[in-house]
Design a protein around this ligand. Structure first.
Ligand SMILES: Nc1nc2c(c(=O)[nH]1)N[C@H]1C(S)=C(S)[C@@H](COP(=O)(O)O)O[C@H]1N2
Ligand SMILES: [Mo]
Length: 258
């Protein structure tokens, strides 16, 4: 996303935020948001510019719906985000980053190494060939960007849970963090990292992941909004220390469920 945080309107923000919090059922999530939720955050979380009473209602409705789905994914890891037939793939698939298409990062395949650090048993750095040699699967899912667009795409790669098992990750840790070849970074909670549809992604539409979609490797999570899906990943670390993220540190909701 390139646009800045939307300007905020003159409505009773505190009351709206309070109402939104009331609709969040999981106590730990409510407590987390109580510390961090602002009216701007609510706009971003719901993808809905809060400008008048009608948009307040829409935003609150989205919180309720979002809340139910997030709750489902967190507490029933078998619950899956929708998948689609090949015929529904969006062509061409949109490009998005915090910069324009003329600045797409070109990562070199041969010298690429994926660094793995933190609470893991095996800290060796992976070549692209080593990643490609792991068992692969693919999925056709919807990517939802907080800016208000979505698109269906087909991604292939290694289930992230099997990669975490492979490196001997301590799955009792709270977070998995990602550093990218551009200045992007983000982090996710361990239940999401272990979710069945979270994919260490090496291909797009049957071809090696093109530079615009994150060559050589990105993390694809249909349970999360676009900005939680890091492209051009160079380092993965498992940690109990909150790592934040590029947009998250500018006020976007860290949880970022789709
Ligand atoms: N490294 C990196 N990853 C990133 C971004 C970025 O700017 N840099 N932008 C995020 C945002 S906001 C979106 S919507 C998606 C876009 O992914 P796409 O190019 O596959 O559509 O990438 C996410 N991951
Ligand atoms: Mo996005």
């Amino acid at each position: 996303m390139i646009r800045k945080t939307p300007r905020l309107p003159a409505i009773d923000g505190d009351a709206v935020v309070k109402e939104a919090l009331g609709r969040i059922k999981v106590p730990s999530r409510r407590a987390f948001l109580q510390r961090s939720l602002t009216l701007g955050g609510l706009s971003l979380l719901t993808g809905c510019a809060i400008v008048d009473e009608e948009s307040v209602e829409t935003a609150l409705m989205r919180v309720s719906r979002f809340n139910d789905r997030v709750q489902g994914w967190l507490f029933d890891p078998k619950l899956l985000a929708p998948t689609y037939p090949e015929s529904m793939i969006t062509r061409p698939f949109p490009f998005n980053a915090y910069y324009g298409e003329d600045e797409i990062r070109q990562v070199e395949a041969d010298s690429y190494r994926l660094e793995v650090t933190g609470m893991v048993a095996d800290k060796h750095a992976w070549t692209l060939a080593e990643l490609q040699a792991l068992p692969q699967t693919d999925q056709i899912t919807r990517h939802i960007c907080v800016e208000g667009w979505s698109a269906i795409g087909k991604w292939g790669g290694v289930p992230f849970s099997s990669f975490l098992a492979r490196i001997g990750a301590d799955t009792s840790a709270k977070y998995v963090g990602f550093k990218c070849a551009d200045d992007y970074y983000t982090s996710i909670d361990m239940p999401t990292a272990l979710h069945a549809q979270t994919l260490l992604t090496l291909s797009y539409d049957g071809q090696p992941l093109p530079p615009e979609y994150g060559f050589p490797m990105k993390l694809r999570m249909p349970t999360k909004l676009g900005y939680k899906n890091p492209k051009h990943i160079q380092a993965i670390f498992v940690t109990n220390t909150y790592p934040g993220g590029y947009w998250e540190d500018q006020g976007y909701n860290w949880f970022g469920g789709s």
